[in-house]
Design a protein around this ligand. Structure first.
Ligand SMILES: NC(=O)c1ccc[n+]([C@@H]2O[C@H](COP(=O)([O-])OP(=O)(O)OC[C@H]3O[C@@H](n4cnc5c(N)ncnc54)[C@H](OP(=O)(O)O)[C@@H]3O)[C@@H](O)[C@H]2O)c1
Length: 296
């Protein structure tokens, strides 16, 4: 943890494992010194599995986001992960064994309005890891990108607190209105409808670590998969850009309806209906709909 004053909750959750199989160390992934100190405190200076979870969010109109704030996001999400990977690679390569898990995001695969910089930082992580994964196989080292969709952690709360404080200087009123009146309620709805628990993401990470041949990518939120699939269904990009535009700006009623359907259908008695509604969502985004989703 970068701030050990916050360790009480973690210690409590660790229970009997504390100081036996679990120890807590100070680590700021944005600092070379801190990473070096943490690595030097490891027993035998050896790491079998690195799970790179540290990350920060940023949401809002890009015109009001300073370059320094953008760099802060890249410093934690991209360079933080790179710094950690660089720190563990020499020893893993020498031992010809190791597994690096990086918590990316569905936003590392698919951009979302008003999350431009956060998505860019996760795209950067994906490109870095995809390139490195090939070379590392030669050393019997695996990389896995775990890609959660919306997860109900402190992440969204921190972002909403920031949004409440911001006034968005220099942004035109129409953009501020789209952000506050269309994007924010839609985002809240997505989190309440599709949001996973952090425990289920952690379990997905454990399953990835347990595999003899770990997958390079693992999306943890099945409800979100059809939205990501849009990108791969049409290499021109019209389908994904157009569908998000349609759902958010042209037919927001359809978006609310799909979310309500999903919320009601994800409860067990309605699982059959749930699969039907996922088929509907896929159908809404298929080729025959594409001609109608071009932005006007
Ligand atoms: N929540 C989502 O919807 C969601 C979806 C997809 C992917 N993710 C990714 O999941 C990961 C975990 O996020 P979360 O949802 O659990 O959010 P979170 O509750 O805000 O946790 C992020 C953690 O990263 C730590 N951190 C930030 N900067 C750090 C640094 N420089 N050095 C060390 N630790 C640092 C934070 O520490 P402090 O407590 O000190 O700030 C915090 O413990 C992130 O990589 C995030 O991008 C989240």
């Amino acid at each position: 943890m970068r701030d050990l004053r916050k360790k009480d909750k973690l210690e409590e959750a660790a229970g009997d494992a504390l100081n036996k199989t679990l120890t807590i160390q100070r680590l700021d992934v944005c600092s070379d010194d801190s990473v070096a100190e943490c690595m030097s405190n490891l027993p035998e200076k050896r790491l079998d599995v690195l799970v790179n979870n540290a990350g920060v969010g940023l949401v809002g109109p890009v015109e009001s986001t300073s370059i320094d704030d953008m760099k802060r996001v890249f410093e934690a999400n991209f360079f933080g992960a790179v710094r950690m990977i660089k720190a563990v690679l020499p020893e893993m390569k020498q031992r010809q064994s190791g597994h690096i898990v990086v918590i990316s995001s569905v936003m590392g695969l698919q951009g979302i309005p008003f999350n431009d910089v956060y998505a860019a930082s996760k795209f950067a992580v994906e490109g870095f890891c995809e390139s490195l994964a090939v070379q590392l196989l030669k050393f019997n080292i695996f990389i896995s990108l775990v890609e959660p969709g919306p997860a109900n952690t402190e992440f969204e709360m921190k972002l909403m607190e920031e949004v409440a404080r911001s006034e968005y200087p220099g942004v035109d009123p129409a953009t501020v209105k789209y952000f506050k009146e269309i994007y924010l309620p839609a985002s809240h709805e997505i989190f309440t409808t599709l949001g996973q628990t952090p425990e289920s993401v952690a379990k997905a990470v454990v399953r990835v670590i347990g595999k003899t041949r770990p997958p390079f990518r693992k999306q943890t939120n099945t409800l979100y998969k059809p939205l990501v699939a849009l990108k791969y269904a049409d290499s021109s990009g019209h389908l994904s850009v157009g569908t998000f535009y349609t759902l958010l700006f042209r037919f927001p009623g359809l978006f609310h309806f799909s979310m309500k359907m999903l919320r009601c259908l994800t409860c067990p008695p309605h699982h059959g209906l749930f699969h039907f509604s996922m088929k509907m969502l896929r159908c809404l985004t298929c080729n025959c709909f594409r001609s109608r989703v071009a932005p006007s």
